[in-house]
Ligand binder design. Structure first.
Ligand code: EPZ
Length: 430
């Protein structure tokens, strides 16, 4: 199994370019199913998650081309051109579907375009049960028949296609919001989505759908009104994917944990303003200049804090593991309440192996910070935990062996190159 060795007591210094957002790129790729014209996505991050989704779509008939972008205007140095002239199969039963939660986003658009769609039940990270009931209920409200048989979701649209509906989500789901926005774009008539997630990736998707000719009102609010195109394929479009706010926030934390001074370029500071404010209030030095964020700090100058994870604009569950790494180093008692996913503290056990003092009680992690961490043999449980463990390893004494690094390749473009550019000493063993 490939693993990384990481040298500890390393300060990160220098500049790092933030890539296009993984969690925007995935739904944006699925928008290609709604048109027979070319869709161009600039600032496209090359990750195993994005390339796996392209593999799934290629099996359905998509032609995807990656083109180098040397303009320096994007954090991800390439763009994707994708075209779905003809869909050759309504069956997305590729093994990759099972490995990636976001592949559920293929179902509705495929159903809206082809009148039928079958997809393997999606898998994903081991962070909780992660049901898809909101996704399926929404499709049913648009008139679809949906059954789950032998690990597959089998769906059929009525004669005349899917019809717009008034869908009120009982709680906030990023994926279900995106899925039903994509599907509504090709349905007949108006869809109203209430209690939609407010994540910047939702706004990015709404902007792309608008460029593809879909009238949408309420962008940036929790109610969207979408005028569906009644099965008529959408137009071609060119779109710049927003910067990855989770990658940016992770590097900010890494800079403070290692007592470094790091400038992030190609970032969107406005979409992580709440996060940056919390860090500034608690001891980090942060300066913003356009798309650049410069951060310096040190654990000894940082306050212990209590944080609840919450939907945007609350504190993102996707930054919780990285923050925990920093809080292990900060003197005093901190607390993290994980209120989005029921099983997202698996990284705590690995920090404990490194010497951290953390008590877990259900959704509450109490971190008794200030202990010296030491390098050891640890393994990552998900994409974000993996970054958190790298932060802990860089701050720890001695060398760390980090396993399950496929999570890094899933979620962070040019991960080692970026860290080495900031002065980290790490080596991949294959
Ligand atoms: C998205 O997952 C992100 N993934 C996750 O990032 C992120 O942690 C999560 O949103 C929350 O911000 C992508 O964008 C690809 P949800 P998603 O539906 O859409 C429950 C990463 O590391 N739920 O908002 O799957 C669910 O179990 C990943 O990049 C239902 O019960 O998250 C969870 O408790 C990890 N029924 C809560 O809602 C449903 O039908 C929020 O999940 C759907 C969700």
């Amino acid at each position: 199994m490939p693993h990384l060795t990481i040298q500890g007591e390393t300060q990160l210094n220098g500049k790092v370019a933030i890539s296009g957002a993984k969690n925007s790129a995935l739904p944006l790729i699925c928008a290609a199913l709604l048109t027979d014209k070319v869709l161009s996505l600039h600032n496209f991050p090359m990750l195993t998650d994005t390339t796996k989704l392209l593999e799934i779509l290629s099996e359905l008939g998509a032609k995807a081309t990656i083109i180098a972008d040397k303009s320096g205007r994007t954090g991800s140095p390439q763009q994707l051109e994708i075209e779905f002239k003809d869909i050759i199969s309504p069956l997305a039963v590729h093994e990759a579907v099972n490995q990636m939660r976001a592949s559920i986003l293929v179902l509705g658009p495929l159903l809206a375009r082809e009148g039928q769609a079958t997809i393997t039940l999606p898998g994903g990270d081991a962070i909780g049960a992660r049901p898809i009931d909101l996704h399926l209920k929404g499709l049913q409200q648009m008139g679809a028949q949906v059954e789950i048989i032998d690990g597959k979701v089998i769906s059929t649209a009525p004669k005349g296609g899917l019809t717009g509906a008034h869908i009120k989500f009982p709680f906030i789901s990023v994926g279900a919001s995106e899925h039903l926005m994509l599907t509504a774009a090709l349905a007949k008539g108006e869809t109203i989505l209430e209690n939609v997630a407010l994540e910047p990736e939702i706004t990015d998707l709404a902007h792309l759908l608008q460029k593809m000719g879909v009238p949408i009102e309420g962008i940036g609010t929790s109610t969207l009104q979408i005028q569906g195109k009644n099965g008529v394929p959408l137009t071609s479009a060119s779109h710049h994917i927003i910067a990855d706010r989770i990658e940016a926030a992770s590097f900010v934390i890494a800079a403070i944990a290692t007592k470094g001074n790091v400038t992030l370029t190609h970032a969107h500071p406005d979409i992580i303003k709440g996060f940056l404010d919390i860090l500034t209030k608690n001891g980090a030095n942060i300066a913003i200049d356009g798309h650049q964020i410069t951060v310096s700090g040190a654990p000894e100058n940082f306050n212990p804090i209590t944080i609840d994870t919450a939907p945007y604009p609350g504190f993102a569950t996707d930054i919780q593991a990285q923050l925990m790494a920093l809080l292990c180093l900060v003197d005093g008692k901190s607390q993290i309440n994980e209120l989005i996913f029921e099983n997202r503290f698996m990284h705590a056990t690995e920090y404990q192996k490194m010497g951290a003092k953390i008590d877990i009680q259900g959704a509450k992690a109490t971190i008794h910070g200030g202990a010296k961490l030491h390098g050891t043999d640890i393994a990552a449980s998900d994409i974000r935990a993996c970054f958190g463990l790298v932060i802990a390893a860089l701050a720890a004494q001695g060398e760390t062996i980090l396993r399950h690094i496929y999570h890094l390749d899933r979620g962070y473009e040019n991960f080692e190159q970026k860290f080495k550019g900031l002065g980290a000493v790490m080596k991949r063993h294959t």
